[in-house]
Design a protein around this ligand. Sequence first.
Ligand code: 5GP
Ligand code: ZN
Length: 115
Amino acid sequence: MADFCIFCEIVAGRQPARLVHQDESVTVFWDIHPQARIHLLVVPNQHIRSLAEAEESDPLLLGRCLQVAAKVAREHGLDRSGYRVVTNVGPDAGQSVFHLHFHVLGGNRLRLPLG
Ligand code: 5GP
Ligand code: ZN
């Protein structure tokens, strides 16, 4: 059996999440521990460990993730105030879920660095 992946479970509807978007290639849901007033996670439905493993993946899928990130940001009123899209890769970035995801953060002033 393949390793358990919480984001694959959410995509498949086997684990609960506050979904805001789902289509044939991308799913978006609220982060369970928000780091900003608005904190959404954009994930490809297909399991890809991180951006570092995405070279073999469909480039259209990666583009689609970013387009959907912009769409959900707009739908949550962030296009005027601004927002940040972030993906963490590996230990130094603090990646904790090994299914590629793009954080969409906004709704308040954001500082750098994030961690
Ligand atoms: P990472 O640190 O890997 O870049 O981000 C993983 C994110 O996933 C974290 O912000 C964490 O709060 C979120 N997360 C972890 N488990 C769950 C879960 O079961 N449901 C949801 N909605 N978010 C999760
Ligand atoms: Zn997965």
